[in-house]
Ligand binder design. Structure first.
Ligand SMILES: C[S@@+](CC[C@H](N)C(=O)[O-])C[C@H]1O[C@@H](n2cnc3c(N)ncnc32)[C@H](O)[C@@H]1O
Length: 209
C-alpha cells in the first residue's frame, strides 16, 4: 500500500510547546495552564495534549511491547515529529500512520518523512485523532493525557478489531486492564508504558469488533 500524506484542512490551534528531553508531560501541562501562559490555546477542545516528544528509548520499548510485526499497520494519534511512526517503519518494518492536529507540526513531519524516503510506508494525516478511522489498525500508540484517553476510549472500543494493541506512554486508559505495564528510567526520569489488547483489556467495558 502506498501512502500519501494529506491534510484535513481544518483551522487548528497554534503553537503550544516544544520540548527538551526529560520533563514530564504533566509538568508541561501545568506550566501551560498557569495564569498568563498559553492556556487559552491549550483550552481548545480539539487539543488532546501539548507537543512533547517521547524519548527514543521509550518509543522503541512501546513498539516492542505492542509486538509490532512486519507489515502491520501502526497508528500514532497525535504524532508530533513522527518519531513513533518513523521507528515503526524503520525498525519494525511496519506501515504507519501519524495523525497530527497542528498544521505546523504536520508540515514539518511530512517533510521529515519525505526526506527519509519513507513516503511509501509512513503517512501523516493533518486531522483530529478523535475523528480518525482506526478500523484497519493493528497497533495504536498514544502519548496524550488520561482525560484525553478517556475521550478516545469509546472510539477505540467502537473501531479497533479484537487483538489490536494499544500502547500508551505515561497515561493509562481508565476502565481498561493493561496486559503489561513497564517502568523505564531515561536520563534519570521515570516513564510508564501501559500495553493493552482489545478483547482482553477492555473486557467488562465494551467489546471490540
Ligand atoms: C505529547 S505529544 C506526543 C507526540 C508523539 N506521539 C510522541 O510520543 O513523541 C502530543 C501530540 O498530539 C497532538 N495533538 C493534540 N491533540 C490532537 C488531536 N485532537 N488530534 C491529533 N493530534 C493531536 C499535539 O499537537 C502533539 O503533537
Amino acid at each position: 500500500m502506498q501512502f500519501r500524506n494529506r491534510s484535513a484542512g481544518s483551522s487548528l490551534p497554534g503553537h503550544i510547546a516544544t520540548g527538551g528531553a526529560g520533563v514530564a508531560l504533566a509538568l508541561v501541562i501545568g506550566i501551560l495552564l498557569a495564569p498568563g501562559a498559553t492556556a487559552q490555546r491549550y483550552s481548545d477542545p480539539d487539543t488532546l495534549a501539548p507537543a512533547y516528544p517521547t524519548p527514543q528509548a521509550v518509543v522503541e520499548r512501546m513498539l516492542a511491547l505492542a509486538e509490532v510485526k512486519p507489515g502491520e499497520l501502526v497508528y500514532d494519534l497525535g504524532c508530533g515529529d513522527g518519531r513513533i511512526v518513523i521507528t515503526a517503519a524503520t525498525k519494525f518494518s511496519a506501515r504507519a500512520v501519524g495523525v497530527e492536529i497542528r498544521r505546523d507540526i504536520y508540515e514539518s513531519t511530512v517533510a521529515r518523512v519525505n526526506s527519509l524516503g519513507l513516503g511509501e510506508k509512513v503517512q501523516i494525516i493533518h486531522g483530529d485523532a478523535l475523528k480518525t478511522d482506526l478500523t484497519q489498525a493493528d497497533v495504536v500508540t498514544l502519548y496524550l493525557l488520561t482525560s484525553s484517553n478517556e475521550r478516545l476510549r469509546p472510539v477505540l472500543e467502537a473501531q479497533l478489531k479484537t487483538g489490536a494493541r494499544v500502547v500508551s506512554h505515561d497515561f493509562e486508559i481508565k476502565g481498561w486492564k493493561p496486559e503489561q505495564t513497564e517502568k523505564m528510567m531515561v536520563q534519570g526520569r521515570p516513564h510508564m508504558i501501559y500495553a493493552y489488547r482489545m478483547g482482553l483489556s477492555n473486557r467488562g467495558s465494551k467489546p471490540g469488533r
